[in-house]
Design a protein around this ligand. Structure first.
Ligand code: AMP
Ligand code: TRP
Length: 328
């Protein structure tokens, strides 16, 4: 069975973009791959996070992973900081990464421009840690949204570089992104991606938003004045985004939705999008409510950390030996 690994960095509440672009796909993959998913909490702290808020976001993220259908009997779910090999290999990978290539990372460029409070060294070496996350497990595939592809490319480069320098050690991973839904856009500014760093909350649907809020956000989503439901990202980014959301949740092809709505208004279309999204979110929230009251989060993480530690420790030792860091 091929191995697959991915992580989510919950510096905020998980949103519909995370769900469609990442989380939901993991649930499908757990039957066909040996799947490792983790909460990238070390990646969260490249900027200051209020500790109480961070703790809640991490816990909610795990509960939501489980509520969305990830099954600890089928895959390994863990918290990055519980598995010590990540930080250790992260350092060794930082020592394989060049300043030049890390400076070229789009996410670093964007985030360092936006932030005027001081850019941490952690933000800069973040992709080296991410490479370690992936390479520790010999992952064949890494499912990620479009924005993370460049980081997976770096992980590939580092794997190849290491293998050439020290002999075959790492599997060279491949990024995997969904065809529809790799980039869900903001509802209020459909040319920007849906993100927890949205300036206004109106554009972002959180998985834990109450259903009335979800509906309101969809009904007031920005559209255009062409008054025709069409999939045309350039001229109708808002409508195209709603089409992608609906298609990826309902499974109905975009073409088929478009033809059903010929000659009909945006109001009617939005109402169906809202119905589809609310149905999905309601199901998730019902499960979430049960999970947070149980001890499932704790037992899942304990079991996950044990399994992940075993595999990753072996890999770390191998790397340390090859590098000459380990003596015996
Ligand atoms: P982030 O919330 O940025 O840490 O992203 C977690 C995962 O969700 C990554 O695989 C992202 O690529 C994916 N993701 C985040 N925002 C979106 C979005 N608007 N559309 C699709 N996927 C997304
Ligand atoms: N950087 C990813 C994000 O921002 C999270 C992440 C960390 C990740 N390590 C990973 C994703 C390894 C895939 C594989 O969402």
């Amino acid at each position: 069975m091929k191995r697959m690994l991915s992580g989510i960095k919950p510096t905020g509440q998980l949103h519909l973009g995370n769900y469609i672009g990442a989380l939901r796909n993991f649930v499908k993959y757990q039957d066909d791959y040996e799947l490792y998913v983790f909460i990238a909490n070390l990646h969260c702290v490249t900027f200051y996070q209020e500790p109480r808020v961070l703790r809640k976001n991490l816990k909610d993220a795990i509960a939501l992973y489980l509520a969305c259908g990830l099954d600890p009997e089928k895959c390994t779910i863990f918290l990055q900081s519980d598995v010590f090999a990540h930080a250790q290999l992260g350092w060794l990978m930082a020592c394989q990464s060049y300043m030049g290539e890390l400076s070229r990372m789009t996410q670093f460029k964007e985030k360092s421009q936006k932030n005027d409070e001081g850019i941490t060294a952690g933000l800069f070496t973040y992709p080296s840690l991410m490479a370690a996350d992936i390479l520790l497990y010999d992952a064949d595939y890494v499912p990620v949204g479009d924005d993370q592809k460049q980081h997976v490319e770096l992980a590939r480069d580092l794997a190849i570089r290491f293998n050439n320098r020290y002999s075959e050690t790492f599997v060279v991973p491949e990024p995997l992104s969904p065809k529809v839904g790799a980039r869900i856009m903001s509802l209020s500014e459909p040319t920007k991606k849906m993100s927890k760093s949205d300036e206004s909350d109106k554009g972002c649907i959180y998985l834990l938003d109450d259903l009335a809020t979800v509906r309101k956000k969809i009904m007031s989503a920005v559209t255009d004045n062409l008054a025709n439901v069409d999939y045309d990202k350039e001229n109708q980014p808002g409508i195209s985004n709603l089409l992608e959301i609906m298609s990826s949740l309902s499974g109905e092809a975009i073409d088929s939705i478009v033809s059903r709505y010929q000659g009909k208004g945006y109001g009617e279309f939005k109402k169906e999008v809202a119905d589809v999204v609310c149905r999905e979110i309601e199901m998730i929230q019902k499960k979430y409510d049960k999970i947070v009251k149980s001890d499932l989060i704790e037992t899942t993480l304990k079991q996950g950390a044990e399994e992940a530690s075993k595999i990753s420790y072996r890999k770390l030792k191998k790397v340390q030996k090859k590098m000459g860091v380990d003596i015996f």
